[in-house]
Design a binder for this molecule. Structure first.
Ligand code: ARG
Length: 404
């Protein structure tokens, strides 16, 4: 009888390689490996794909998800100025749903009943994969080998791998746990686990330190079309290419490093370092254009929506009704977000130094203190009388009570 099948999110690393063999042995399943290209640095996906077959997968697929990731995930994320705890532009939170979607598609394509991932039992990523898979197909069963097996240390895992014919890495492994994609890199573990330790320079690969950044700095103009980046310095470009270019520009100017204590959904505070040069610069520019084009009440209310959006997505609820409804709100606000923002990078900083739009709500004649002023000062007096009325009534009453 044919065996049942499982689709595994495969990275080519030790954990997920051991997962392949473990799923075959423990659950007697045929394994279909899937590696997703979401723009991570380690790009030899054909090698990774082949490796899964060598370990014993019956099928192995490398899928280019970059366009979809940019157009359907990062576009919505930017509309919501994606920022968890006001600091983290949500690198890993955003790639998980697109990977989960492909896991489910492949499960359907190959008639698999199971989906598996190599996340640990202590992080957010397990939640994101599993909740996303459940919301796309509640009938699939999820297996999380790393959470189930009792290979507690890397040495245990290496020993198991050797005994079961899984190739073990020959080079010394990095002390860090890294997850990266187009939108940036997350770095944790090793010496970073002591929140007092300054992050060593060698954890960073996308950003130079401010010390090495060019002394003259650099200007760049990002143009947006309905909220989506569409040109750099006047040259039309896809959002995807703009992210790549901005990673370079901001990165070489030392901008985009984050060192934070983060609250995980599973209740643990963790020390996380990120480098997100392009993402952070693009969000900075996007917000600057919103300042110019969004009406005051919308601009003041939007961060409430954004915060909820970020928490939902961080907590794995990308495919959920509230998140979709919040996307609707954000999308409405982006209709008027066409224009240009000029950024200046200088030794680790990124400052908005110009913004313009055909939808600008900045009215020179209302704002100016010079010639051409159209602001009606006379109406200010009546406005202040009524604006201050409730407070005046309250003050009179208080004075009366105090017997004055
Ligand atoms: N703490 C971040 C998050 O939950 C990053 C997770 C990175 N994952 C990893 N395997 N290093 O979004």
């Amino acid at each position: 009888m044919a065996k049942d099948r499982v689709v595994l999110a495969y990275s080519g690393g030790l954990d997920t390689s051991v997962c392949i063999k473990w799923l075959m042995e423990k659950y007697d399943l045929d394994v279909i490996a899937m590696v997703g290209d979401v723009g991570q640095e380690r790009q030899d996906l054909e090698f990774v794909r082949q490796k899964a077959l060598n370990v014993g997968a019956i099928e192995s697929l490398a899928i280019d998800m970059r366009e979809e990731y940019v157009n359907e995930y990062l576009t919505k994320a930017l509309a919501a100025n994606c920022m968890y705890e006001n600091k983290y532009p949500m690198v890993s939170c955003l790639s998980r749903p697109v990977i989960a979607k492909h896991l489910v598609d492949i499960a359907h394509q190959f008639g698999a009943k199971y989906v598996a991932h190599g996340c640990t039992g202590k992080g957010n990523d397990q939640v994101r994969f599993e909740v996303a898979v459940q919301s796309l197909d509640p009938d699939l069963t999820i297996i999380a080998p790393v959470r189930e097996w009792d290979l507690h240390t890397r040495a245990d895992e290496m020993k198991w791998a050797e005994e079961h014919g899984v190739p073990v890495p020959t080079t010394k492994s990095s002390p860090y746990s890294i997850d990266d994609n187009l939108w940036g890199r997350a770095i944790e573990c090793g010496v970073l686990e002591d929140p007092w330790n300054e992050p060593p320079e060698d954890i960073y690969t996308m950003t130079s330190s401010g010390y090495e950044a060019p002394a003259e700095g650099e200007y760049v103009i990002i143009s947006f079309d309905k909220g989506v980046p569409c040109a750099l310095d006047g040259e039309k470009m896809s959002f995807h290419d703009i992210i790549l270019k901005m990673n370079d520009i901001a990165g070489r100017n030392g901008f985009g490093r984050i060192d934070m204590i983060e609250n995980r959904l599973v209740g643990v505070k963790s020390r996380e370092c990120y480098e997100v040069p392009g993402a952070l610069a693009i969000i900075t520019a996007h917000k600057a254009l919103e300042d110019l084009c969004l009406e005051r009440e919308v601009l003041h209310f939007k961060p409430i929506i954004e915060q909820k959006w970020a928490t939902l997505v961080y907590n794995g609820l990308w495919f959920s009704p509230l998140k979709e409804a919040l996307d609707g709100f954000c999308a409405t606000t982006q209709e008027v977000l066409t224009g240009d923002v000029r950024l200046h990078f200088f030794k680790g900083s990124c400052v908005t130094v110009g913004r313009r739009s055909e939808y600008t709500l900045y009215d020179y004649n209302l704002a100016t203190y010079d010639e051409g002023d159209t602001f009606d000062r006379d109406s200010a007096k009546g406005f202040i009388d009524l604006h201050g009325l409730p407070t005046r009534v309250w003050a009179r009453q208080r004075h009366k009570m105090q017997g004055e």
